[in-house]
Every structure is written in structure tokens, then in C-alpha cells.
Design a protein around this ligand. Structure first.
Ligand code: KG4
Ligand code: ZN
Length: 347
């Protein structure tokens, strides 16, 4: 089976071709980061307008790179939610239109299921059941995954997502949008112990997170900087923030392994690209005899290869969309069901 996949839920336009026997044949991405940078965040209307420009050339490119003709495809997967509704509709409409022209079934994929299944693209895919730590710009969740489409939410953030904590702190430190990777780079030059930021919710039982207080700690630290403070002082704050977020994520992920008795941990979503988080999770898991599974770095952040994995699994089971073009801005992950051979409604 071979599928074409599209991703357009936020500010990345992406396409990919995945074959169930030969693996990932092609993937391509256009990031709108430069477009939104001057606004300090994603402007939904601009995102939609840009996806419309970018998606079709990306489709052409991946089909060419994968040496694939429309007649070689068995279906088209696209991100149907959650995300920016206008942006989602551009990908949904294009996927459904191509599918109508080429006589193919489509399946609307849940963006977070894509993130969760991204490590399946690696040579040593994670087994089920496992615990997944999903850390992106919009979500921070611990999930018990029994199988594809069988997700139990163990805990999530009460306020800001981990990626938001990075991005908002980066903004306070004067770093460009999106701040997470910039803050991580600045933190490399920070001196440990210069600031004592809190480890939110660690003193309480359970698997919930709260990161909104950390940006207040960063704000106070930035305001307290002396006149003429330089890069080194800001690096200290960046490191303190990164350590506070990472320590909290690691501790709660270990708590989730403990609570479920599982020994496999999947880490996915944009913040999963953070090298300190990867190293610390690795070390903590090793101490308890558990294994950590990551997507490769470029598949931590938004991409279409992960949408292809989820879409292929569902199309292979005979699942496909009903009539109409639908997308959902909000779509709870635990409302998903395992792939099944019935047409389903994605709205
Ligand atoms: O999964 P993603 O691409 O988009 C969402 O679905 O949200 O995640 C983007 C988030 C942003 O908040 C970005 O700053 C963060 O992931 N991020 C990082 C790193 N790379 C991306 N945060 C910390 N360290 C990184 N290296
Ligand atoms: Zn994402």
C-alpha cells in the first residue's frame, strides 16, 4: 500500500509518500517561520493563504522524488485536526480534491496521533503498550498507548504547554520566534545554579503539569538583570528555564512509567527535539531499565511523514472519510478509536 500525506495544521506545509513495504519514499516541508516572525507568533489568516500556495508544489515534488504516479497510490491522508481551522481546511480540501480526481479514498488524521506514531518511521519502532510523552507548542500530555487509536490520557498541562513555556520565555529574553530552539542554544552557554526556578507540580502526586508560573519566574529574573547585563546573564536564565521544564517532564514521565508498570517511553512533539530533554530522559529511563523511543529530530516538529504513518494504518484497515470536506479545530485525542473498516466522520 502506498499513501500520499499532507500536513497543514499550523505554520508548516508538508507532503510525504509512504509505502508499507518500502518505507518512507519522500517527504518535503515548507516552514512559514519567516512569514510570521515579525508578528511574534502564527497569524492564522496568513498561514492559510500560504498553505494554498505551497501545498500543491510540495505534492508534485514528493511524487517526483518517490517516483510515484497517482495510479500507484492507494489513498491520501491529511491532517483533519486539531489546529488552525483555515489552515486545516486548505490541506483537507486539496486532499479531497486530488482524491476525487484520482479516484482514491482519503482519511483525516489526528495531528497528535501523527506525532505519537512518528517513531514508527525509525528502524527500531516502539512496541505497544507504551507511555508517550507528547510535548509540543500546543500540548503537554502523558498518554498510555495500548495500540494505534487506543490512547488513555494520564495527565496533561493545566495551563501553558511545555513549548509555550520555551517560546514565551524566549520572547522575554529577546529571542526571535519560535523561541524554543533559540532558547536551547542560548542555554548551552548558561552557568548552572545561577537561578533557582521552581519545578511546578512536582511536590504533588499525579501526572498533571503547569508551566505558566515559569514565565513569571523568567520575567522577574529578566527584570532583575543589572543595567548593561549581557549575553552570559541571559544564558543563565535560559539554562534555568530549560532545566526547570526538563526536570519536570522527566520526573512526571518516570512517574507515568511507575504508575502503569510499562517499560517503553515514546517522546514526541516539537519539544522532543530538545537535546537536554532527550539526554535526561534517556538517563532516567536507563536507571529503571526502561527504553526511550524518539522520532529523528526533523520528525519531532510538524511534518507529513508522521501523518502518512497514521493514515496508512487507518487506510490499510479499510477506514476512510465519509462525503464532505471536514476539519476540526478541536478534537480530543482520547475520542479516537482503533482503525476500523467503516467510513467515519471527522467532524
Ligand atoms: O510539534 P510542533 O512542531 O508544533 C505543534 O504542534 O505545536 O512543536 C513546536 C514547539 C514550539 O513551541 C518550539 O519552540 C518547540 O516545539 N521546540 C523546542 C525545540 N525545538 C522545537 N523547544 C525546546 N527545545 C527545542 N530544541
Ligand atoms: Zn505538532
Amino acid at each position: 500500500m502506498r499513501v500520499l500525506a499532507l500536513e497543514s495544521s499550523c505554520d508548516e506545509s508538508a507532503a510525504a509518500v509512504l509505502d508499507d513495504r518500502r518505507g518512507l519514499l519522500a517527504h518535503a516541508l515548507f516552514s512559514q517561520v519567516e512569514l510570521h516572525r515579525i508578528y511574534g507568533g502564527v497569524v492564522p489568516e496568513l498561514a492559510s493563504r500560504d498553505h494554498v500556495q505551497r501545498l500543491l508544489p510540495l505534492v508534485d515534488r514528493v511524487l517526483r522524488d518517490a517516483d510515484t504516479r497517482p495510479a500507484d497510490l492507494d489513498g491520501i491522508a491529511y491532517t483533519a485536526g486539531p489546529g488552525l481551522i483555515g489552515a486545516l481546511l486548505t490541506g483537507a480540501a486539496l486532499a479531497r480534491s486530488l482524491a476525487a480526481a484520482w479516484g482514491l479514498p482519503t482519511v483525516g488524521v489526528h495531528h497528535l496521533e501523527g506525532h505519537l506514531l512518528a517513531p514508527a518511521l525509525e528502524p527500531d519502532p516502539p512496541p505497544f503498550p507504551h507511555v508517550a510523552l507528547l510535548v509540543s507548542g500546543g500540548h503537554t500530555m502523558l498518554i498510555e498507548a495500548q495500540g494505534i487509536g487506543d490512547y488513555r490520557l494520564l495527565g496533561e498541562t493545566r495551563d501553558d504547554a511545555a513549548g509555550e513555556a520555551f517560546d514565551k520565555s524566549a520572547k522575554l529574553l529577546g529571542l526571535p520566534y519560535p523561541g524554543g530552539p533559540h532558547l536551547a542554544r542560548l542555554a548551552e552557554r548558561g552557568r548552572a545554579g545561577a537561578h533557582g526556578f521552581p519545578r511546578p507540580m512536582l511536590d504533588r502526586p499525579g501526572l498533571e503539569f503547569s508551566f505558566s508560573g515559569l514565565k513569571t519566574a523568567v520575567l522577574h529574573a529578566v527584570r532583575a538583570l543589572p543595567e548593561g547585563a549581557g549575553e552570559a546573564d541571559r544564558a543563565d536564565i535560559a539554562l534555568a528555564l530549560e532545566e526547570a521544564v526538563v526536570d519536570t517532564l522527566v520526573a512526571k514521565a518516570m512517574r507515568a512509567l511507575e504508575a502503569t508498570g510499562l517499560d517503553a517511553l515514546v517522546v514526541s512533539g516539537g519539544v522532543g527535539a530538545n537535546l537536554r530533554l532527550r539526554a535526561k530522559l534517556q538517563a532516567a529511563a536507563q536507571r529503571r531499565g526502561a527504553r526511550v523511543y524518539h522520532p529523528r529530530l526533523e520528525f519531532c516538529t510538524d511534518n507529513a511523514a508522521m501523518i502518512a504513518v497514521a493514515g496508512l494504518a487507518r487506510l490499510a484497515a479499510g477506514e476512510h472519510d465519509g462525503p464532505g470536506i471536514r476539519a476540526r479545530a478541536r478534537w480530543p485525542l482520547d475520542s479516537l478509536r482503533p482503525p476500523a473498516a467503516d467510513s467515519r466522520c471527522t467532524a
